[in-house]
Design a binder for this molecule. Sequence first.
Ligand code: SAM
Length: 260
Amino acid sequence: MLSYQHSYHAGNLADVHKHALLAWVLAYLTAKDKPLSYIETHAGRGLYALDAPEARKTGEAAAGILRAEAAFGPDHPYGRVLDAVRARYGDMAYPGSPLIAASLLRAQDSLTFAELHPQEYSALHGALVEYGASVQRRDGFELAQAICPPMPRRGVLMIDPSYEVKADYATLPGFVTQIRRKWNVGILMLWYPVLSAGLHRDMIAEIRTDHPDAAVLETAFPPIREGRGMFGSGLVVINPPWGMVEEGARLDAMIRALGG
Ligand code: SAM
């Protein structure tokens, strides 16, 4: 039974970290005319309202994007997407990763999303169908196994589980390795929470052992208190584009500088 709903967390600092890096990767790839595939295993609803009761209840967006947005001007692709989404959907609209991808990709690119939760799937379908996306109510791991390597071969697989199932930490390294064997040119991006309990550490160590060329990009949320459950955000990236490690370092410094 799935109970996680991203509406409570949309626009928090983990989203800022993940979404800014995703927008940077997609802007990098779309600088060339060649078409690409974007696939997401755990898509969420795609479009959020930062003034919805769920977002107000946790206050995470207020401490997240509403605090960080001044640091992203029109020079950064994430800043450009935020401006475009607000112009289209209203001042308190916030794009999930599917809408970030749909906003940055072009007619020659393909978009495929899996989402299992019935309400999240229905909202995602409603928001993304006009972009020509394939939106499937299906297990995301199974979808990726079925369609990788995609056509076009150039592209990105975003894996953003909610880690409700603790076994995810143990099974994700094997999943990443299987997908990379099938799709050796794909850029695989796996998000994970940086936790005081350290549950993520063995997972990242195993992925690093199997893929020594992976980039591990982490940040910590100010005020940095490692005693809190989730005190930071991480992305491990297989086949990181040139310059991504430097972009990750810039973003980490920017998030830490937000202060407490
Ligand atoms: N990637 C989204 C974003 O950044 O905007 C947020 C996704 S949220 C962290 C994770 C989503 O995965 C939830 O909406 C949940 O319902 C969904 N989910 C959980 N297990 C899944 C599975 N096995 N396959 C597909 N979706 C799943």
